[in-house]
Unconditional design. Sequence first.
Length: 341
Amino acid sequence: MIHIENLQKVYEDMPGRLPAIQKIHLHIKRGEIFGIIGHSGAGKSTLLRCVNLLERPSSGTIQIDGEEMTRLDARQLQTKRRKIGMIFQHFNLLSSSTVAENIAFPLKLSGIGQAKLQARVQELLDLVGLQEHAHKYPNQLSGGQKQRVGIARALANHPDILLCDEATSALDPQTTNAILALLLDINRKLGITILLITHEMQVIRAICDRVAVMEKGLIVETGNVLDVFLKPQHTVTKDFVGQVSDFAAQMENEHSEDPSDTAGTLIRITYIGKQTYEPILFETVKLTDVSFAILQGTISSMKGVPYGQLVVRLTGGQPEEIAAVIDKLRQEGIEVEVMTL
Ligand SMILES: Nc1ncnc2c1ncn2[C@@H]1O[C@H](COP(=O)(O)OP(=O)(O)OP(=O)(O)O)[C@@H](O)[C@H]1O
């Protein structure tokens, strides 16, 4: 749905005219929720704003639904932008207009008749759960309610894509979860492709299918959320994963433990889905002389899919028996990484 090739943006007034983003290649599929994560100044906003050409890239291409955005004239761009909704960290609502008027605003711009407009506003109020607040002004709403207005307004013209610029960064954790649940619901019900930027791994873990990690204007890592989460490669990614799990920190400690305790074979096993709750490890070793000790472990879930990661020391038995246990676990579909031999 969105094909970005070799995108670069240099702001004229940036010191040394370093690119704010460069060598950006991204292919985002229709219907997916794609997250871009990075620290402040990594280039996330610049990249997001290039997608709907709020920021014009210095070079490179952006195709949306096969149409090259950088070649559209002003009128074509205006039409195209109606199909790309956007929500913002600070909501950007019209403070002297009511909730209903804020939601109606993009509909008025697109010139639809009054009856259709009113019906659509009601539909949108229902979708985001704000029926009772239609006649309130933004300053009478909580942060979460304001973002619901932002979402309803962004969806007014039935967009195919929703761009989310740090949409939950100004919200408390509970409200963040409610807004993320709403975004996921919208994605599932309406099939809208969502591209979001954030500096919180928790946001990525809760709703994204794939993620790109940015640092100093570059994408340094990209992949399925589960893969990136369970096996982060780049230091920046490891930092972000550390935000939501202390697993990485525990792994560091593992290497500094008493050497007299390190006999045996250390493995890290990863379970995904219903396997997480099955006693596969025990079932696998029980008919052998191999025994195991669980050194560390975590069970959590990503976008509703449970996963578990354990660091296990296998001891006893012959080396062939240990190798057979590892093979058996792999046959069961469990990922096994041998950490020491
Ligand atoms: N309009 C602008 N003019 C000049 N430089 C800019 C402009 N917007 C962003 N930059 C610079 O481009 C770089 C990337 O900024 P950008 O806002 O895209 O990063 P970000 O990852 O979104 O950061 P944040 O999370 O703090 O918003 C930074 O060095 C920033 O100072």
